[in-house]
Design a protein around this ligand. Structure first.
Ligand code: SDX
Length: 434
C-alpha cells in the first residue's frame, strides 16, 4: 500500500529518511534531520522568489494556473463579476460566505460610515509636492492612519480588528480620490454616502465644485465595480505575502497594509497596468508592433501585462476585463490604444517566444486601457488596483492572525560572505574596490 511519505537517501552518508507528505507538500523543517555530522545544521530548501514554496494554509482564493481558474471562497470569478458587487465580494472574502440581504445592508452601512477622513489627513496630503505620484501618497497616508487610530495595535481583539478593516475598506477610495485631486490641483470632494461604493468614488474624483450633487454614469459605476471585484484578491502574490510578513510581527493593519501597497507599486506587480499604457503609447500604432516584439525577444525589455508566476494560461480576469472594455467604450468613446493592444496580443500569442514560455495577457494588460478611457491619468492606475486589493490584503491578514500554525516570518540564508577576520587599522587598509 503506497504511503504518503518521501524516502530520501543522503548519498553523502548513505542514510535514508522517511519524510511525511501532507497536502502535496513536505515540511521544510523535516529536512533539518538530514545531516552529515552531529554539528551539521541540517538541510534547508533554497527557493529564491519562492517559486515553489507554500507559506500558509488558506481558504480564501483558489487559483489553477494551468487551467486558468480563479475562485473566491469557491465562487468562480466570472460568476461573481456577472452577479455580485464589490462590497458583497468584500464581505465574502472576509467572512467566507455570501451575506443575506440584512447582513449585506449592515456591512454596507458600517463600511460607508467610515468613508470620511480626519481633517488633519488633508493637511498631511497637502504637504506633498504638486506632482507627487498618487501611489506614493496612498502608501504614505495609509501608514499615517496608524497614528490616527492607535487602538489598531490591539490586534488580538476581533471586533477591533474588524473595525479597522471596515475603516480601511471605506477610506481607501477617499484617500485615492484625494491623491488624484491633489495631482490636478483641485479641491477635495467629500464622500456622498447616498451613492454606491464606486459611485461615491467617481463622485470624489470627478465632481465639479459647482455641481450640487454628482450623478455617476451607471455604465462606468458598474464597470468600476466589476474591475474592483476582479482585483480584490489573488492568494499569495508579492503584496499579499508582504501583508502577511509584516502582519506576522503583530504590527497594526495600517502599517502592514502600507507595506503591502508598497510591494504592489512595483512595475512587475501592480505597477504593470501603468507600464502597459506607457508601452502601448511608445508602440503607438499596429505597424510598429513587429519592431517592438523583436526588441522584447532580444531581451531589450518586457511585454508588460503579459506573463504570470501562476497563470500559464490566459488570466481569467483579463478575459472579463476585455469584455468590460466594450461596455465602457460605449459610454466614453473607443480608446484607440485598444486596437494596438488587441493586435499585440494576437501577434504575441502566435509567437514561439511567448508560446514556449507560456506568456499570456494578465490582469494588467487591458485594465489600463479602460482606466484611461474613463479619464484616469496613468499615475492613478496602480492606486485603482490598491483600492480593491485592500480587502484581499485584510482578509489574508485576518486569516493569518487566526492561524495557530503561523509564527513571525524569518527565512534563513545561504551565507557566502567572509568569515571571522581581524579588524584592520586605517593605516593598513587598501582602497576598497566597490
Ligand atoms: C500581477 O502574483 C500575482 O498573483 C500577481 C497579480 C495579482 O493579482 O496580485 O496577478 C498581479 O502582478 C500581474 C503581473 C503584472 N506584471 C507584468 O505584467 C510585468 C510583466 N511580466 C513579468 O515581468 C513576469 O511575467 C512576471 C513578473 C509577472 C512573472 O515573472 P516570473 O514568474 O518570475 O517569470 P520569469 O521572470 O522567470 O520569466 C520566465 C521567462 C523569462 O525568460 P527566460 O529567462 O526563461 O528566457 O519568461 C520571460 C522571462 O524573460 N518573461 C517575459 C515576460 N514575462 C516573463 N518576457 C517578455 N515579456 C514578459 N512580460
Amino acid at each position: 500500500m503506497p504511503s504518503d511519505t518521501l524516502t530520501i537517501t543522503d548519498n553523502r552518508t548513505g542514510k535514508t529518511y522517511e519524510i511525511p507528505i501532507a497536502d502535496g507538500t513536505i515540511r521544510a523543517t523535516d529536512l533539518r534531520q538530514i545531516k552529515t555530522s552531529a554539528d551539521d545544521f541540517g538541510l534547508m530548501p533554497y527557493d529564491p522568489g519562492y517559486m515553489n514554496t507554500a507559506s500558509c494554509r488558506s481558504r480564501i482564493t483558489y487559483i489553477d494556473g494551468d487551467a486558468g481558474i480563479l475562485e473566491y471562497r469557491g465562487y468562480p470569478i466570472d460568476q461573481l463579476a456577472e452577479h455580485s458587487t464589490f462590497l458583497e465580494v468584500a464581505y465574502l472574502l472576509l467572512y467566507g460566505e455570501l451575506p443575506n440581504q440584512a447582513q449585506l445592508q449592515d456591512w454596507t452601512n458600517r463600511v460607508t460610515w467610515h468613508s470620511m477622513l480626519h481633517e488633519n489627513v488633508k493637511k498631511f496630503m497637502d504637504g506633498f509636492r504638486y506632482d507627487a505620484h498618487p501611489m506614493t501618497m496612498f502608501v504614505s497616508t495609509v501608514a499615517a492612519l496608524s497614528a490616527f487610530y492607535p487602538d489598531a495595535k490591539n490586534i488580538s481583539d476581533k471586533e477591533n480588528r474588524h473595525k479597522q478593516i471596515r475603516r480601511l475598506v471605506a477610506k481607501a477610495p477617499t484617500l485615492a480620490a484625494f491623491a488624484y485631486r491633489h495631482l490636478l490641483g483641485r479641491p477635495y470632494v467629500y464622500p456622498d454616502n447616498d451613492l454606491s461604493y464606486t459611485g461615491n468614488f467617481l463622485n470624489m474624483l470627478f465632481r465639479r465644485v459647482a455641481e450640487p450633487r454628482y450623478k455617476p454614469n451607471p455604465v462606468l459605476e458598474r464597470a468600476l465595480d466589476i474591475l474592483f471585484i476582479l482585483h480584490a484578491d489573488h492568494e499569495q502574490n508579492c503584496s499579499t505575502s508582504t501583508m502577511r510578513m509584516v502582519g506576522s510581527s503583530q504590527a497594526d493593519p495600517y502599517s502592514a497594509l502600507a507595506a503591502a501597497a508598497s510591494a504592489l507599486y512595483g512595475p512587475l506587480h501592480g505597477g504593470a497596468n501603468e507600464a502597459v499604457l506607457t508601452m502601448l503609447r511608445e508602440i503607438g500604432s499596429k505597424d510598429r508592433i513587429p519592431e517592438f516584439i523583436k526588441k522584447v525577444k532580444a531581451g531589450e525589455g518586457r511585454l508588460m501585462g503579459f506573463g504570470h508566476r501562476v497563470y500559464k494560461n490566459y488570466d481569467p480576469r483579463a478575459k472579463i476585463i476585455k469584455r468590460t472594455a466594450d461596455q465602457v467604450f460605449e459610454a466614453t468613446g473607443k480608446n484607440p490604444l485598444i486596437d494596438v493592444a488587441v493586435e499585440l496580443e494576437r501577434i504575441a500569442l502566435e509567437d514561439e517566444y511567448f508560446v514556449k514560455r507560456r506568456l499570456y495577457p494578465n490582469v494588467d494588460f487591458y485594465s489600463g486601457i479602460i482606466y484611461q478611457a474613463m479619464g484616469f491619468p496613468t499615475e492613478v492606475f496602480t492606486v485603482l488596483f490598491a483600492i480593491p486589493r485592500t480587502i484581499g490584503w485584510l482578509a489574508q491578514w485576518e486569516e493569518l492572525i487566526n492561524d495557530n500554525e503561523q509564527k513571525i516570518g524569518r527565512p534563513r540564508q545561504i551565507y557566502l560572505g567572509a568569515r571571522t577576520r581581524d579588524y584592520v587599522s586605517m593605516d593598513k587598509r587598501e582602497a576598497v574596490i566597490a
